[in-house]
Unconditional design. Sequence first.
Length: 256
Amino acid sequence: MSIPLFSLNLNYSQMNDMFDLTSFLFSLFWGLGWSAGILIMVCLAFLLLFARERVIVEPASITILIEALGFGAQARYEHRYISHLRYITDRTIPGADWRKRHLTFDYLGNPVSLGFDLDQPEAAALCQKINATLSSPIPIRPTFDPDALGKAAERAAEQAQAQLQDSDRANIPSQPTDSPETGRLSRFLLIFSNLFPLFGALFFGWQISDLMLLFWLESAIIGFFNILKMAKIDGIAAIFSIVFFIGHFGVFMSAT
């Protein structure tokens, strides 16, 4: 995967026209696209070598922190949405085979796993620590029961939905609706942005290449804000998605 990176010839000093610029951008984003795969593999190797998992138990929540050399990501799970704490010794949890023997609890009906190759005394000690810290102990089931898991997940989802609805009614103010003035302003800006290229072509002699560059910049701005959205939603975990998006979106941008 790293061979194409060494074959790139990014000499920006020799760009003389739009075709040279397009070729340069295509090669640049194509290289970034190949770099995403290398970056993912390097990060996975780094995590396998140096990462560790920490479980922080608080009266109202459980925080699972995965860190490596001071950097990492964490996920916080509120106690009121947690149920069905159990000790897993087989491969019944999808995606958790690498953990071997571990603990799993349900969060809003979805399984969340923690620990790696825990023997029974270690698992019992961790369960005792979790339940001793929480305000209400979580029922522990030593074996995996699909029927019981489905019923517990349904009950947890129903309880969580009811609690969320109560919280919404009690604490969350109603969202203001868009006023007619805001709608008219949005329509005005949309019409103006579409008439702007027509105005330039009629009164300033813009060529087709000028219009194409204008729409190309519009697409680039849209892609930039999509990157900001991914970073806002996923945080540091979005770095792989962002690099992948830049590579593929950049290829289409360069082709246009």
